[in-house]
Design a protein around this ligand. Structure first.
Ligand SMILES: [Zn+2]
Length: 252
C-alpha cells in the first residue's frame, strides 16, 4: 500500500518535537523524498524504512537551509551504508547549482565508488511532469517565495489518488491549480509574512482548489502551540483540516 510520510513539520526554526519540513512518498518500487533537512535516513528508520537501497528520487524544492542542509549528509550516509544504485535528484537550475556547490565543499571526488547522482533540471513551468514511473507521477509548479521554489503534486494508484504540497509560498494561483481536486493538500502555514501563508489563507487555497482535506505544515513551533491554526484554517475551508505531525504515516 503506498504511503505518505511526514518527516518534519516545523517552519525554519525546529524544536525538540518538530524537525524542519520534509516528507516522503513510498510505493512498492519507488521512494520519493521531498527536501532534506536534518537526517531523513534516521527519520525513515523510525517509521520502519531502510532508505539505503530504496530511495530512488529526491526533489529539492528550493535552496534554503531548512529544506536542503542535510543533502551532503544524506549522500555520505547512503554511501557509507553501501548504496550502489543511482539517485535521481530534481530541482530548478538555481537549486541544483547550489546543491552541487554545497556538495563540492566536501571534495566528493575523493569518495571511492560514490553511487551515481543523476540531476534532473526542472524548468519553471506549471504542472511540469518531472517523473512518471512505477505508478508514481510527480508534477511541479513554481511558487511565489523569496527565491526560485517548486511546489509539487504526487499522483499514485494510476492517478486515482493525489497529494499536493505547496512548499514555501505566499498564497499563489499556481498552487491552487497544482492542488485542483487533490485528496490531500499539504500547505505551509508559516504566517502572513512576505513569501509565506497564514493558516486562514491556506484554508482559502484549499477551498478554491476543491481539495478534499488540508494538512497544515511548516508552522511555527518554537515556544508556540500550533493547534489553534486548525480552527483558523477552517474559517475558509469546508473540508477536513489537521496539523501535519512528525512521523505521521498516511496509508493511501
Ligand atoms: Zn524557504
Amino acid at each position: 500500500m503506498p504511503q505518505l510520510i511526514i518527516l518534519g513539520s516545523a517552519s525554519a526554526v525546529a524544536d525538540a518535537k518538530h524537525e524542519n519540513t520534509h516528507l516522503a512518498f513510498v510505493n512498492e518500487k519507488r521512494l520519493l523524498l521531498i527536501d532534506c533537512p536534518g537526517n531523513p535516513v534516521v527519520r525513515m528508520q523510525q517509521v520502519g524504512y531502510d532508505m539505503t537501497h530504496r530511495l530512488t528520487d529526491l526533489l529539492l524544492t528550493h535552496f534554503h537551509p531548512d529544506h536542503v542542509s542535510g543533502y551532503p549528509l544524506l549522500l555520505q550516509t547512503l554511501w557509507l551504508l553501501g548504496r550502489s544504485e543511482p539517485l535521481h535528484i530534481y530541482g530548478l537550475d538555481f537549486t541544483l547549482h547550489q546543491a552541487r556547490r554545497l556538495f563540492n565543499l566536501y571534495d566528493w571526488e575523493t569518495w571511492t565508488d560514490l553511487f551515481p547522482l543523476v540531476y534532473h533540471n526542472i524548468p519553471e513551468e506549471e504542472m511540469f511532469m518531472a517523473l512518471d514511473a512505477d505508478d508514481l507521477r510527480l508534477y511541479t509548479s513554481p511558487t511565489s517565495h523569496y527565491l526560485p521554489t517548486l511546489g509539487a503534486r504526487v499522483e499514485l494508484l494510476s492517478g486515482q489518488y493525489s497529494v499536493a504540497y505547496s512548499c514555501d509560498t505566499r498564497p499563489c494561483p499556481a498552487v491552487t491549480r497544482l492542488a485542483q481536486g487533490a485528496d490531500i493538500l499539504i500547505h505551509e502555514a508559516t504566517g502572513a509574512h512576505t513569501g509565506h501563508t497564514s493558516a486562514a489563507q491556506a484554508g482559502e487555497v484549499a477551498q478554491q482548489a476543491g481539495a478534499k482535506s488540508l494538512f497544515l505544515i511548516h508552522y511555527p513551533v518554537w515556544n508556540n502551540d500550533p493547534t489553534p491554526l486548525v480552527d483558523e484554517a477552517r474559517t475558509g475551508f469546508d473540508g477536513e483540516v489537521r496539523l501535519a505531525e512528525d512521523y505521521q504515516v498516511v496509508n493511501i
